[in-house]
Design a binder for this molecule. Structure first.
Ligand code: ZN
Length: 244
């Protein structure tokens, strides 16, 4: 059965990424929605692991652009900035080149548009509520759009009768039937912000039109220790255990 692994916002957390890849098992493709780096202690390892995945489609995220030095760091808060400066020093030229090669505009794969932020602002806009979802409806032509960036696992479901979206949070491990038009967020692998510290991702079944959000536990302590050992902000370590 063809099934596609959808990941986003890895944020240099290799332990979470490995847990997700192991939990997902055999997949036919991998779609990565960006922010491979930023915040965490393992930027090179994460880029290398992602680069090694077969049948990969990868969008670029705002943290990736910033770590490449292509964006003024003033757009980030002080601690995120500290982390990005550190990551910029760490990243090898090969890994920088890979990040540079990731898509900056919407990528269409079959019936799905892929983007980091939103279809009308692929790198920066957050789809966090139904209003923003509605404002983006005419910026993608496929039935579905997969976004990352907000670190929240969610489905924004379009309802034709109301000409509006609803927000739904399908339970991890259940399969959501994809009908009409909708915007899906797989959540964040390396820094979930929905008060569930487990790594988040999703499986998309293109033939049966199903979306399956998933969560998997990983060794949060080990990542926190590496964050502190690298001299990165304490806050970036603390938030991983609470999922905020
Ligand atoms: Zn992010």
């Amino acid at each position: 059965m063809s099934q596609i692994l959808v990941i986003s916002d890895i944020h240099a957390n290799l332990t979470a990424l490995e847990a997700v890849l192991a939990d997902a098992g055999k997949v036919s493709e991998v779609w990565c929605l960006g922010d491979i780096v930023g915040y965490g202690p393992d930027p090179n390892d994460c880029v290398e692991r992602i680069r090694s995945l077969p049948k990969l489609t990868c969008q670029i995220g705002n943290h990736d652009v910033a770590a490449m030095g292509e964006m003024p760091l003033a757009a980030f808060n002080t601690e995120a900035k500290r982390s990005l400066l550190w990551q910029k020093e760490q990243l090898t030229p090969e890994n920088m080149a890979f990040l540079r090669s990731c898509a900056r505009e919407v990528t269409v794969r079959g019936e799905v548009s892929l983007v980091h932020g939103s279809p009308r602002d692929p790198i920066w806009e957050y789809v966090l509520n139904t209003l923003v979802a509605r404002l983006n409806l005419n910026y993608f032509n496929t039935p579905w759009c997969f976004v990352g960036h907000s670190h929240f696992q969610a489905v924004f479901q379009y309802r034709q009768q109301d000409d509006d979206f609803t927000i739904e949070i399908p339970k991890p491990g259940t399969r959501y039937e994809m009908t009409d038009r909708a915007i899906f967020n797989p959540g964040s692998v390396g820094q979930p912000r929905d008060r569930d510290p487990r790594a988040a991702y999703a499986i998309y079944y293109p033939k049966t039109h199903l979306w399956e959000p998933r969560r998997v536990e990983y060794d949060v302590k080990a990542v926190q220790q590496r964050i502190l050992a690298a001299g990165l902000p304490q806050r970036h370590a603390d938030r991983l255990s609470g999922g905020w």
